[in-house]
Structure formats: C-alpha cells, structure tokens
Design a protein around this ligand. Structure first.
Ligand code: ADP
Length: 400
C-alpha cells in the first residue's frame, strides 16, 4: 500500500510518499514560498536523487499539482501514475472538540473542520485548501485527516478548563486543546516499547522541543495535560512565541504602545521567545553559540527556555503522582544534549541519573539515563508523517 502524506501550511506544502509494507519513504519534498515570489519545489527520492524546480506557485492548487508531477517525474519520480497511490493522509492542526481520532474525510468532516477553523485561522484554512484540492484532483482516492489536537482530547476537565466565565467555553469553545498530539503520542508509545512495558502501566512526560514546543503528561497512554492551550502560543518559551505570560500584559502593552489586538498577537507569536529575549535568533543553535561567546541576553534566553521546561516537567510529575519516563523529541530535544542536561539539572530527585556520555548523542533514539535509574530518560526522534501514514493505512484497511 502507498500513502501520500501532506502537510499544507500557509506558504508551503510538505509531503512524503510511504510504502507501507516496509514503512519506507519513497520520496519526500516541499513546495515553498507559495503565493510569494521565488517559489520552488524540492524533492528527494529513495535513491537519494534530488530534484529542484523553480517556478511560480500562486496557490495550493498549483502546489499540489506540482507535487503530483514531481512524484511522476520521468527521471527522478517514483510513480508511473497516481493510481499507484492508495490513499492520502492530511495533517490538520485544529480539530477542536469534534475529533478525538483520525478520520476518513467526508463532506461532513470538511464542514466540521471549517467550523473549528476560527480557533486556528492561520493553520486550518491552508490544511483545508490542501484537502479540497486533492479531492478535486483525485476524487476517488480515500483521504484521511490526522489532527494535532486529537491525542489531547482525553484531558480531564480540570486540565482543560480556563478559569474564565464558563459561558465563554460554552459560547466559543475557549479551553485548552493542546497540539503536537501526533508527536506526543508517537514518542510516548515508543518509550513504552523501549521499556518493554505496557502503556497502561506507565506515566510518561514527553517534551517536544522544536521551533514550536510543548510538554505533555501521558498517563496510561492517555494525554492528561499539555502545555499548549486554545492556540499553540501557551506554555513553553519557543523560537518566536512567548509561551506563558501574565494575561494582564496584553491590555497593558496595547495601552502603552497604542497597539491593536492583532499587533500584540503578532508580537507574542512572532517576535518573542528565544528571538525576543536574545535579540539574536529564533534558532536555539544561534542562541547557544552567542551565549557561549558571552552574549548576556542570549544566555538569559537559554536560561528562561530551560527553566520553563523544567517547571512543566515538575508540574506534570505532580499531576500524575510521579513519572516513569521523561522523553525528549523534535529538533532541540533530539539533538541538543547541553539543553537536555540543563533542563534536567536538579530534577534528579524524580528518580533518574543522567548518563553524560550517552546524553552527548545527537539525533538518535537512545536512553540517556544510567541503567540503574528508576525513572528512564530518552531522546526519541519523532516521526509525525509516519503516524499520519499509519493512521491512514489503518482507516483504509478497516474500511475494506
Ligand atoms: P519545527 O517546529 O520547525 O518543526 P524543529 O523540530 O525542526 O522545528 O526544531 C527546530 C529547532 O531545533 C531549532 O531551534 C534548531 O536550532 C534546533 N535544532 C535542529 N537541529 C539541531 C542540532 N543538530 N543541534 C541542536 N539543535 C538543533
């Protein structure tokens, strides 16, 4: 079975074509700068052959058509024709309370995704544009939606209700939803496998630390709390997002700087976080490098970032009555041993000891706690595309 996984963002479409028999990636690529000048498609196939097409891509419709052409390219393509693809899996950012699992996309599902789009106005519309274009171009192909929020739908009320007047939850659905669910689910399951234990026996804290970052508390395989909220802005310090702040800062800034709500929103989402504090970069590698060279604000940004993750790990250990494992994933979590060590410093009371040599490993699945540790610490590369492909294949099989 072949499954095409699509992640349609506002100005890009990322894709991977999987052969599900071996779970191998036949081709992966990206269309970038959609609707902006200098757009291009880049693709690498299973043989490592690269393809680069620089051409105008005005919208998602053209972008998807280009992906289809690239996959069938005479020299560096991997398909004779599109009939070889059995199904498509789409990443959808926000499923609101309507989706607690992946679903086969029907017109009713499209309507529901549209209904929750006001909760993710930057993300859901491009996700939907990708889905609709695929439906138009390949009307007979089954399509599956996999939601970033779905895994967190198991949270109890006390974790997801904000202490605002309850009517806002009822009227507008204002509550914690959480994101990166596909990743938290994948790495928590993988940790259980590595521990050779059933998920039902385990309390796991998963730290997805990329440009966007979130922590989740996974008790018996179910998400019981997570740091992102109504939107992906809450929680950890991120590349350009501020994470938790006193909400009173928002009206204060609006008054002081004469800002419109959208402007404060943009400052909190795009000019804050590591970038905002350091004034140098949203990329943690640049910030670490500047910190090592003695830049004070870069050092401060790194400290604030690490401290926030540490606090969430402590909070989630409290929420679950302890933890059996702590997992690090995504760009920073998989690669940066120095950041992992700084986050874990003083948390040894939870029941682990860090193996410093193992912790210096980059980008590999590895246990970084010492063999005698009661609580295990892992770095586990995440693979959201594989989860989307697996869910798509599973739904297709159940349907047949
Ligand atoms: P996104 O949320 O955009 O998918 P990623 O998961 O790719 O983000 O993570 C991006 C972050 O990971 C950046 O801050 C980057 O500095 C960091 N990162 C990526 N690779 C490495 C590496 N080899 N060493 C240290 N940090 C890395």
């Amino acid at each position: 079975m072949k499954v095409l996984v699509l992640n349609s963002g506002s100005s890009s479409i990322k894709y991977q074509l999987f052969n599900m028999e071996e779970e191998s990636v036949l081709a992966r690529g990206i269309v970038e700068r959609i609707g902006i000048e200098d757009s291009f498609l880049e693709q690498e196939n299973i043989e490592g052959e690269e393809l680069l097409w620089q051409e105008d891509v005005a919208d998602h419709s053209q972008g998807i058509s280009l992906v289809i052409d690239a996959l069938q390219d005479e020299k560096k393509g991997v398909l004779e024709n599109m009939d070889e693809i059995n199904a498509l899996g789409h990443r959808v950012v926000h499923g609101g309370e309507k989706f607690a699992d992946s679903v086969l996309i029907t017109s009713e599902v499209v309507e529901k995704i549209e209904e929750v789009s006001e909760l993710a106005p930057l993300h859901n519309p491009p996700n939907l544009a990708g889905i609709k274009e695929c439906q138009r171009l390949m009307p007979d192909k089954p399509q599956v939606g996999v939601f970033d929020t779905a895994f967190h739908q198991t949270m109890p009320e006390e974790a997801y209700i904000y202490a605002l007047p309850y009517e806002y939850y009822q009227k507008y659905g204002i509550r914690r939803y959480g994101f990166h669910g596909t990743s938290h689910k994948f790495v928590s399951r993988r940790a259980a496998e590595l521990m050779d234990k059933a998920l039902e026996e385990l309390k796991i804290i998963t730290c997805h630390l990329g440009n966007g970052a979130s922590v989740a508390a996974v008790d018996q395989g179910r998400s019981v709390d997570t740091s992102m909220g109504l939107t992906p802005l809450e929680g950890l310090v991120m590349g350009t997002r501020c994470g938790d702040i006193d909400p009173a800062i928002v009206p204060f800034l609006q008054k002081k700087e004469g800002l419109e709500p959208e402007e404060v929103d943009s400052i909190m989402n795009k000019e804050s976080g590591l970038l905002g504090i350091s004034g140098i970069s949203n990329d943690s590698r640049d910030v670490s490098e500047a910190a090592q060279q003695g830049n004070k604000r870069a050092r401060l940004a790194a400290k604030v970032f690490n401290y926030r993750v540490k606090k969430y790990i402590g909070a989630y250990a409290a929420a679950m009555g302890g933890t059996d494992a702590i997992v690090f994933t995504a760009g920073i979590g998989e690669n940066d041993g120095a950041i992992r060590a700084a986050i874990l410093e003083n948390l040894e009371f939870l029941g682990f000891k860090l193996d410093e040599t193992k912790n210096n490993t980059r980008g590999e699945e590895i246990e970084i706690s010492t063999p005698g540790s009661r609580v295990k610490v892992f770095a586990i590369p995440t693979n959201e595309e594989l989860v989307i492909a697996r869910d798509t294949a599973k739904i297709l099989e159940n349907r047949e």
